[in-house]
Write a protein that binds this ligand. Structure first.
Ligand SMILES: [Zn+2]
Length: 196
């Protein structure tokens, strides 16, 4: 999201404006349309400086935007004018998003991050053990009739190789083989069979 930001880790004690490339690129395309890069063709010549950039965003500082401004009345009018050629008409004020980098905040952030990944891992583990769902079995039945027995057997055995699931026995009925699949294996087999 675009916005005025303070983040000591990223920007020191500077106030920056984080501009989303898609949003400002759209403004530029609509109002200027010169086809050049809005940052290098307009923002920088107008006196703004890129202090950091990432995937799809740039953090800018500059006159009228983050410098020489009253922080209680922040607008993007200066940048708007540089990019579009028209005076900015933003008559509402933006707040500053402050990222707390204190040790306590960082600890909380890390704990949330770890918990998120632990849950993801747990779900993946559970999927490895839990049986295929009825919906998966139904779809697999459709796929079996579409691809034929030979391809199905080949993909089945490829899917279960290296897992606790045994390869298909020549005498085993298709339904029995399908019932032995776990949710994770069924997902993998579906991907293999539904593909080209
Ligand atoms: Zn332009």
């Amino acid at each position: 999201m675009s916005g005025f930001t303070r983040d000591t880790k990223r920007y020191g004690d500077r106030l920056v404006y984080e501009a989303l490339g898609s949003k400002w690129g759209r403004y530029h395309g609509k109002h200027c349309g010169c086809g050049l890069n809005w940052v290098t063709a307009h923002a920088e010549p107008a006196g703004f400086t890129v202090v950091r950039q990432g995937n799809g965003w740039v953090a800018l500082v500059g006159p009228g935007l983050t410098e020489g401004v009253d922080e209680s009345t922040l607008t993007t009018n200066a940048l708007w004018e540089a990019i579009t050629g028209d005076p900015g008409a933003q008559d509402w004020y933006e707040t500053v998003r402050i990222t707390d980098r204190s040790e306590a905040a960082e600890t909380t952030r890390k704990a949330e991050h770890d918990a998120y990944w632990a849950e993801r891992r747990e779900r993946a583990e559970a999927a490895k053990k839990s049986p295929a769902t009825e919906a998966q079995l139904k779809y697999l039945n459709t796929l079996v009739s579409r691809v034929g027995r030979e391809r199905f057997d080949a993909e089945y055995n490829k899917t279960v190789k290296g897992t606790d699931i045994a390869a298909r026995d020549a005498n085993e009925r298709t339904q029995q083989a399908l019932r032995r699949l776990t949710k994770a294996a069924a997902r993998k087999l579906i991907t293999a069979l539904a593909g080209p």
